[in-house]
Design a protein around this ligand. Structure first.
Ligand code: SF4
Length: 353
């Protein structure tokens, strides 16, 4: 009888998800041994992605001013967090940041906009931007712009948008405890519209928002049912002024178990260590690279992250390699690109000051 870790690895290598009991054991089992669990999750990760780590850079092109009430979000109408609010950035600003991301070795450039969702007119502006960014930098372009239907998705799909991010965030049963101005089904429908219009989907979750382990399982299995190729796993960042704050559950081990669970349920998907990586995994971040094969560098929507150089060092010191383009080695010393005084992500730095 093989041990529970080898059994999980065998199943995942055969693209068979864990049973509900196995999944609950991964998150809550008192007798779980973390290193064998990480090693088991590494097997399907290695099968599909080797030891490579895909680097994503986020550009928060519109911040705050959102009519929605997502309790974990500093941009929501119910947050009193001291963020710098701004309307959509100019194309010049967006291209300048894309240039820096491309030079820094980013495989994907993610545009994020606050708000309920884009109008048809806004979708057309974004489509034009996406076409030009792709032509200029050759990076894959992702967009996170809220709820949309077929009309907007068609415009973006025809412009060559590579991926649409729209996180389910938590289980259906837990959703209304987090957000009341739109529904979990609105998010499922947005992902369906993207797929119908030829856009790959990216959808993940946030843990640490008072959800149960059963809620984490539910969203993990739903993302599998939706065949989601890219799954960001966020760890709640307790922002002063947000209604949804720290539920006390997030230890580095809980975060690592959740990453392993998402890998076992979705063996072929790109699992990303996303928001809250630095503050919640702390000294164990590099262990997260065993189940996860991608991460964000340079910061998040309203909070700072570790500099490029530190993150690249963490990846390479742990024996993994940075995937993607660009001579990122130049970005290692001192957070500044060789020969340039440009600081990466000054806007996030300003907000966090
Ligand atoms: S998560 Fe998106 S929709 Fe929700 S409040 Fe934040 S910006 Fe608005």
């Amino acid at each position: 009888m093989s041990d529970p870790y080898s059994k999980l690895a065998e199943q995942a290598l055969g693209d068979q998800p864990p049973s509900a009991d196995q999944a609950l054991w991964i998150l809550d089992g008192q007798d779980v041994d973390l290193l064998p669990l990480l090693h088991a999750a590494f097997k399907p990760r290695q099968q599909h992605f080797g030891r490579s780590v895909s680097i994503h850079v986020l550009n928060n092109v519109q911040n705050g001013l959102c009519p929605e009430d997502c309790g974990y979000c500093a941009q929501s109408k119910v947050s009193s967090a001291a963020i710098r609010q701004y309307k959509m950035k100019s194309d010049e600003e967006i291209f300048a940041a894309a240039e820096t991301a491309a030079q820094g070795g980013a495989a994907r450039y993610c545009l994020a906009l606050s708000g309920r969702g884009p109008s048809v007119q806004r979708a057309q502006r974004l489509a034009d931007l996406i076409k030009r960014l792709k032509a200029e930098y050759g990076m894959e372009i992702c967009l996170s712009a809220g709820i949309m239907g077929d009309e907007q998705a068609k415009i973006l799909g025809e412009a060559g948008l590579d991926r649409l991010n729209h996180n389910l965030n938590t289980s259906e049963s837990h959703y209304e405890k987090i957000t009341t101005t739109h529904t979990w089904q609105d998010r499922v429908d947005t992902l369906a519209a993207a797929r119908r219009n030829g856009i790959e989907t990216c959808s993940g979750l946030i843990i640490g928002m008072g959800e149960s382990s059963e809620d984490v399982l539910e969203v993990g299995f739903k993302l599998r049912e939706l065949e989601t190729p890219s799954i960001p796993v966020n760890f709640l960042i307790p922002i002063e002024g947000n209604p949804v704050r720290d539920d006390g559950s997030l230890t580095p081990e809980r975060c690592l178990r959740a990453l392993c669970l998402m890998r076992f349920i979705n063996p072929r998907a790109e699992i990303r260590m996303a928001g809250g990586r630095e503050g919640n995994l702390r000294g164990l971040q590099s262990l997260g690279l065993y189940p996860a094969n991608s991460l964000f560098v340079g910061g998040y929507l309203t909070t700072r992250g570790d500099p490029f150089a530190d993150t690249y060092a963490m990846i390479e010191d742990a024996g993994f390699e940075v995937a993607g383009q660009g001579d990122h080695a130049r970005a290692r010393p001192g957070f500044q690109l060789a020969g340039s005084d440009d600081l990466l992500r000054p806007d996030v730095a300003a907000v966090a000051e």
